[in-house]
Design a protein around this ligand. Structure first.
Ligand code: FE2
Length: 377
């Protein structure tokens, strides 16, 4: 049915033209009804149907039992004067090893920062190392906080941190990532990225949120590892289709992962044993489901706006003015729409060269700042 044709009254199967309405009831079987105008078989035919809702440029399907919870109205969806885009990739591994990465602060240092430096064959030193991490549970998931050498405790990555969104998301202040299970061996990765336009471009109203699929492999069939999400993909899939956890060594950096797993086991036991159990993070109160706040290291800037100059030098948001470092393969038309929104051309530097250049600019003279920049990638 994913190749069915969408029509006013339902979706039509591309095999024999049977049409189904939104409740999954068959409402037309063309040839069968020629043979039997009473449409007896049609009335008896039904397929599984899921509730679907459009929000933030995405279609969301609810596939669980009644009662149906609210589709969360996260505050980032409602920020004004921004350019949003949704990016997909299908990954050949189990979704949970992707999600465990949502509570893994240490990997930023090695998978994104230092690996980028080494891939660029740069002689730059490694970035400041992590010295402290903290993991906490809250209503909608977990937060992690992290401090690097040279940073003070008023750093937003320590005061606000980042959100491991229950059960399969990651919220980084200016974008979401979801790891949607396709089956036990395949995951749909979804990024939803919000880029604030400079204050000089306000008011900006985005007419349409574009979406695109990014490639996983380069022309030699090797994993693309130039962009942030692609670096993640390589380390998630590199663990195998389903990680063999009997052979793992969990360390201090994995304390968040242990918390996450314990919560999952607890929820699964409850679901099995208690028919009235309500899983974590579900919202049933429509009044409560309005502009829900999630901790963010850049929420104030995204709400209030930044001048072009402030935006360009912002450690987290600035890089996106130059190049879409989030995931490889951004189509030209999306890049052009973004450039129109922000009112300037992107330099579209090679992502590796760009990151190394930024590090070069900050590394020696401004150690805490580079730590902040890198910590936010
Ligand atoms: Fe990552």
């Amino acid at each position: 049915m994913s190749y069915g044709y969408v029509e006013q009254t339902g979706i039509r199967c591309s095999y024999h033209g049977w049409q189904f309405n939104q409740a999954g009831e068959c409402i037309q079987q063309p040839y069968e009804q020629v043979c039997d105008p009473s449409a007896r078989m049609c009335k008896m035919t039904k397929i599984v149907a899921y509730r679907v809702q459009a929000k933030a440029g995405l279609l969301w399907a609810y596939m669980g039992p009644e009662p149906v919870p609210e589709l969360p109205d996260w505050d980032l969806f409602n920020y004004k004067n921004g350019f949003a885009q949704a990016i997909f990739a299908e990954l050949p591994c189990n979704w949970f090893q992707c999600q465990e990465n949502s509570i893994d602060p240490i990997h930023f240092e090695w998978t994104h920062n230092n690996w980028t430096i080494r891939q660029a064959e740069s002689e730059e030193p490694y970035v400041a190392t992590h010295i402290k991490t903290k993991f906490e549970e809250f209503e909608y998931g977990f937060t992690y906080k992290r401090l690097r050498d040279g940073e003070s405790e008023d750093n937003p990555m320590w005061t606000e941190g980042r959100v491991t969104l229950w059960p399969n998301g990651f919220y980084l202040g200016h974008h979401f990532e979801w790891r949607v299970p396709i089956d036990d061996y395949n995951t749909l990765s979804v990024l939803w990225v919000f880029s604030k336009v400079p204050r000089e471009q306000e008011p900006y109203i985005q007419e349409k949120i574009p979406s695109w699929y990014g490639p996983l492999y380069d022309e030699d069939g090797k994993w693309i590892t130039t962009h942030v999400a692609n670096q993640d993909f390589a380390v998630w899939v590199g663990q195998g289709r389903i990680t063999n956890r009997e052979r793992e060594f969990l360390g201090q950096s994995d304390r968040g992962i242990i918390m996450l797993r314990k919560r999952f086991f607890k929820e699964l036991d409850e679901l099995k044993n208690n028919p009235d159990f309500i899983p974590k993070a579900l919202i049933f109160d429509a009044q409560k489901n309005k502009d829900i706040y999630l901790p963010s290291a850049c929420g104030k800037e995204l709400r209030e706006g930044l001048t072009r100059e402030q935006l360009a030098s912002h450690p987290l948001l600035g890089p996106y003015l130059h190049d879409f470092i989030g995931q490889a393969g951004q189509p030209k038309e999306v890049q052009e729409a973004y450039e129109k929104a922000v009112g300037q051309k992107c330099q579209v530097l090679n992502s590796l060269a760009f990151m190394v250049e930024i590090k070069k600019q900050h590394n020696q003279k401004c150690h805490p700042k580079v730590a902040f920049f890198c910590s936010n990638l």
